[in-house]
Structure formats: C-alpha cells, structure tokens
Write a protein that binds this ligand. Structure first.
Ligand code: PXP
Length: 256
C-alpha cells in the first residue's frame, strides 16, 4: 500500500479573534491572519481554513480576499448556507468550501450540519459551487443517516465532526464508542463515494487514538489547540508538532 500523506489544514480564525479583540471596526490590526497563514504554510501546513461568519466575529471579508491572493496552498472557506456568503464564496473562489451550521435550526442534535433536514438547500449550494469550480465539504457528525444523505447532495467531501470525541476524551468516558462511530462514519462515507476530512477539538494528545482507529481521512482541520500552543512556541513550531503526530497515518486498505 503506498504511503498516503494526511494533510493539515490550519484554521486561522482564532488569530483573527485576537485581532478583533482590540481592533474591531478598524481597517488594520494585529495579529494579521494572512501573515499567520503564510507562517503556517512555510512550516509545512497543506492548507488554510477560515470561517467567514455571518456576524463577522473574527474573519472579515477583506481577510478572505487577501488569503485568496496570498496563500500558495489550498484555501478552505467555512461558511453557512447563507445566500450572502454563497455569493462571496463564488466571487472569491476558494479551492473548497466547508458548509457548517451557524444557526440553531441548521444543527443536528450532535452539532454537525443537519443535511437530512436541509437536503434541498445543501444540494443547491453544492450545484452552485460545482458550476463555479469549487469543491464542497459538509461538516457533519458521525451519524449514518446524515452521511448517507450527504452522499446524495453532490458534495465531494465530508468533514467528520470530532468535537464529541474531544469531549469524551476530556471526560475520560465513552471514548472507544465515539471512535467506533467515527470509524463507521468514515467507512460509510467512502462507500457512498465521499472523501473524508475531520476536525474540531483536535489536539496533539487526542490525535494518536483517532489516527489509530479512524480510516480514510485525507485532511484534518485544526485551529484552537494549534493557535493556543503557538502562544508559547510560535506558529511554525506548533504546526510542526501537529505534523509530527500525523506523519505515519495511512489512509487504510480501501483507499490505496
Ligand atoms: N472544522 C470546522 C468545520 C470548524 O468549524 C472548526 C472550528 O472553527 C474546526 C474544524 C477547527 O476546530 P478547532 O478550532 O477546535 O481545532
């Protein structure tokens, strides 16, 4: 089986959160999320993820435009199903968009996008992105009904929501069960033709068990823990620490 590289997408939202804490409504401010993205790329990150929220609480429109112009790896734009943001995405042309829930009614009980309840809306955004040449990923919980529905939307990827797994690790209970749910979700996704990413709540300490148990993952999107660690060691070192943990992951037999 050939070695398949597990990619790291760095979510830079929290760099913008820090800027907005001081420079809200100003044209400039520090730290600059674009400079952070470039530092992550230089350290080996395979992509940059940013969430343009409807309330613009961290990443701003100008950040997305500047990221598109500046970065050399892939730009993954996280976004809600909101028409305004869909138009921005089509204009900016990220490599991929990840559709995420922002409003209560878009969220499943487990925190991912409710693809079952919003099938038509999700499929219509997928169709729009396809015409624009932008790939689509759906951020969903490892719920088999959601994954089965995702397979019919026209999306190319799902991003498995690992937030519940991270919570179970912190609580010290139910970890194995959650890993099994993620593994089953990844397998189902592959069987319905979806490619698999994962993210939310991942840390250098909870990653090894996830990597040991969950097959088929192509990219991990990591933000909070990576940026938190960077406060002490800097972004390049923090990126390298995550890459080191991810280094030996293999996609699994059915992906070779
Ligand atoms: N993936 C998605 C879809 C997210 O919304 C987030 C959080 O913004 C992440 C990954 C990264 O999560 P964390 O910041 O907990 O690493």
């Amino acid at each position: 089986m050939p070695a398949s590289l597990l990619k790291l997408g760095v979510n830079i939202d929290h760099v913008a959160t820090l800027r907005e804490a001081r420079y809200r409504d100003r044209a400039h401010g520090e730290p600059d999320p674009v400079a952070a993205a470039l530092a992550c790329e230089a350290a080996g990150a395979h992509g940059i993820t940013a969430h343009l929220r409807e309330d613009r609480r961290h990443i701003l429109d100008r950040d997305v435009v500047a990221l598109r112009r500046s970065i050399r790896t892939r730009l993954n734009l996280e976004m809600a199903l909101a028409p305004e943001i869909v138009e921005i995405a089509v204009g900016v042309k990220p490599d991929i968009v990840c559709l995420v829930p922002e409003r209560r009614q878009e969220v499943t009980t487990e925190g991912g996008l409710d693809v079952v309840a919003q099938f038509e809306a999700v499929a219509s955004v997928c169709a729009r992105m396809r015409v624009a040449g932008i790939e689509v990923s759906l951020f969903i919980a490892p719920d088999l009904a959601q994954i089965e529905a995702a397979g019919r939307t026209g999306a190319q990827f799902i991003e498995l929501h690992t937030g519940a797994y991270a919570e179970r690790v912190q609580e010290g209970a139910g970890v194995e069960q959650e890993l099994q749910r993620l593994a089953a979700g990844a397998a189902l996704a592959r069987s319905v033709g979806l490619r698999v990413n994962a993210g939310h709540g991942l840390t250098v300490s909870n990653l090894p068990a996830l990597l040991a148990k969950v097959p088929h993952m192509e990219e991990l999107n990591i933000g909070h823990s990576l940026v938190s660690r960077a406060v002490f060691v800097g972004l390049p070192q923090s990126v390298k620490e995550f890459l080191e943990v991810m280094r030996d992951y293999r996609l699994g037999p059915s992906s070779s």
